[in-house]
Design a protein around this ligand. Structure first.
Ligand SMILES: [Zn+2]
Length: 163
């Protein structure tokens, strides 16, 4: 997503409103693939006297990943606020800063880093997902290859209760 800042550059101090959709590539996090829907982005931008562009706003989207407990599809609402300055003529390869050149400010890197920053550490299919540990260990897993790390423990507890 790109902002054409020609107008803003000739009117420093004046705020301009923007909004749009930004696609975000799948992320590999902790061995899981997190898929992120197109991000709804909106905010304002403004040039200063030196031609640096401040961009302020918020993003909102839905992220999808396997549930941390049971591996079912899970999703989470993701939202974040941002307030950054793009330095005119700065090095676009420098990860420490946001920079732009010419008359276009590219928001890809900003939106992606703020979306990824806001991802939950664990995805859950529902808040009280019991996961594997409360499933009846005698029932065969629906899908082969799925492991039930707590099934044995559960069986021990059940046996104790019967004593
Ligand atoms: Zn679950």
């Amino acid at each position: 997503m790109k902002l054409n800042v020609t107008e803003a550059l000739s009117h420093p101090g004046q705020e301009y409103v923007f909004s749009g959709l930004q696609a975000i590539a799948d992320q590999e996090i902790g061995g899981q693939t997190v898929r992120i829907d197109d991000c709804q982005v909106s905010g304002v931008y403004m040039a200063d006297e030196d031609g640096n562009i401040s961009v302020k706003g918020q993003l909102e989207t839905i992220a999808h990943a396997p549930c941390a407990n049971c591996l079912a599809d899970a999703q989470a609402k993701v939202g974040n606020d941002f307030d950054e300055t793009f330095l005119r003529g700065g090095d676009p390869e420098d990860d420490e800063i946001f920079a732009y050149d010419g008359h276009e400010v590219d928001l890809d890197k900003l939106v992606m880093s703020y979306a990824v920053m806001a991802l939950p550490i664990r995805f859950l299919c529902r808040e009280d997902c019991p996961g594997f540990e409360y499933r009846d260990p005698d029932v065969a897993p629906a899908e082969p290859g799925i492991q039930y790390p707590f099934a044995g423990l559960r069986q021990l507890l059940d046996n104790n209760e019967e004593v």
